[in-house]
Design a protein around this ligand. Structure first.
Ligand code: SF4
Length: 370
């Protein structure tokens, strides 16, 4: 009970209106130039819209929304592979709930389930392992999506299944990594990013030791930032101060959660099971060494090999501009389909479906003309 009260009080403190106003005033006092800052994480995009932080900031500050929505960046090929596996007769397909409405080339996991497929929502990959243990006559597959944040739990599921000797469990590996995406975005000649808010939860796992060389190479300051209104504004203030002072480097505005080294035990789990592989990002293309594939020693848990999904052909919507939205080149409201042909009830692309998608945030919080 004491811990619950403490965490509630802590949350209240990070949402305190007076403190929010004070940090906004500090930002106003520090800004002398227009600056474009990208928040990488989709969770941060939603928090910014939910609390109206974008509307509180001085007009010189433009927030650009990044690719940090794992559901959004999962390639159409992987989604079609998931749909194909889920429609096989002897399969129980397990996934986080967000993925069920993400459109593949022709349908989604909901429609597979409506047509009689066994698709189950789980809250942890370890739940999928339990389902496999309890259903030895079925093939149980877990859709292992996410950034570095979900990779330790996905690795743990493979290790646990291996220990239990389960031969009917596999994962569809879809984890992606933030630093290679940063390189791709910053190498795009159309990018307008002058500073980055690095995603606090990814850095809680990985630390931020990977970021200083990127900041240096592209001369772009970065600030590790959390998710509450004050966290976000303090991250923005620190970024603005670095930009105004002409400083490049990485600062940590989320020190109550993130250390430079990160969680070494979690990194150890990732390295035990996964290795970096080239991965295709939806709407962006292949980013070298940006995904996590299973190592040889545990390759028997790879659903793509078990189900031979290699030659699935995909058909991307020719209207959806998710690739440009995910790289911060365009805003959701720039899309001609936004709010008309594409809505949460009839999505054309994943960013309109996911709880971390920028298009969903714009739709939900009424940002139609930014
Ligand atoms: S509004 Fe819909 S169609 Fe347009 S970019 Fe977003 S998801 Fe794609």
């Amino acid at each position: 009970m004491a811990t619950e009260l403490q965490s509630t009080d802590l949350l209240k403190a990070y949402r305190d209106a007076k403190l929010v106003k004070k940090v906004v005033e500090e930002i106003q006092q520090r800004v002398t130039h227009p600056w474009s800052i990208m928040e990488i994480c989709g969770g941060q995009t939603h928090a910014i819209m939910q609390y109206g932080l974008d509307q509180l900031l001085p007009e010189e500050i433009e927030l650009i929304h990044g690719p940090g929505c794992p559901v959004c960046v999962t390639s159409l090929e992987l989604i079609d592979q998931a749909l194909w596996i889920a429609s096989q007769p002897n399969v129980i397909f397990t996934s986080f709930g967000d993925m069920l409405r993400v459109p593949g080339s022709n349908n989604d996991l909901f429609s597979i389930r409506a047509a009689g497929g066994s698709v189950r929502v789980v809250y942890s990959p370890l739940d999928a392992v339990k389902i496999a243990k309890n259903n030895p006559e079925k093939e149980v597959v877990f859709f292992a999506i996410g950034f570095e944040t979900t990779a330790p739990a996905n690795a743990m599921a493979v290790i646990h299944a291996d220990k239990l000797g389960l031969e009917n469990f596999s994962i569809l590996p879809a984890n992606v990594l933030v630093p290679p995406a940063m390189h791709t975005i910053l190498n795009n000649p159309n990018n307008r990013i002058q500073g980055f808010l690095a995603a606090g939860h990814v850095c809680a796992v990985m630390g931020y030791w990977e970021y200083p060389p990127i900041a240096e190479r592209y001369q772009t300051p970065m600030v590790v930032t959390g998710f509450e209104p004050l966290d976000l504004l303090q991250g923005i203030l620190a970024t603005v101060e670095m930009l105004e002072d002409g400083r490049v480097g990485v600062e940590n505005a989320y020190a109550r959660v993130v250390s430079f080294e990160g969680n070494r035990a979690a990194q150890g789990l990732i390295n035990r099971v996964f290795e970096p592989v080239d991965r295709k990002w939806r709407g962006i293309g292949i980013i070298p060494q940006s995904g996590l594939g299973l190592k040889n020693e545990v390759r028997q848990f790879d659903a793509t090999e078990r189900f031979q999904t290699g030659d699935i052909q995909t058909q991307e919507s020719d209207i959806c501009i998710a690739g440009e939205v995910l790289q911060g080149i365009k805003k959701p409201a720039d899309c001609p389909a936004f709010g008309t042909l594409c809505t949460p009830n009839s999505p054309l692309g994943a960013p309109m479906v996911s709880s971390e998608g920028a298009c969903a945030a714009y739709y939900r919080y009424g940002r139609k003309h930014q």
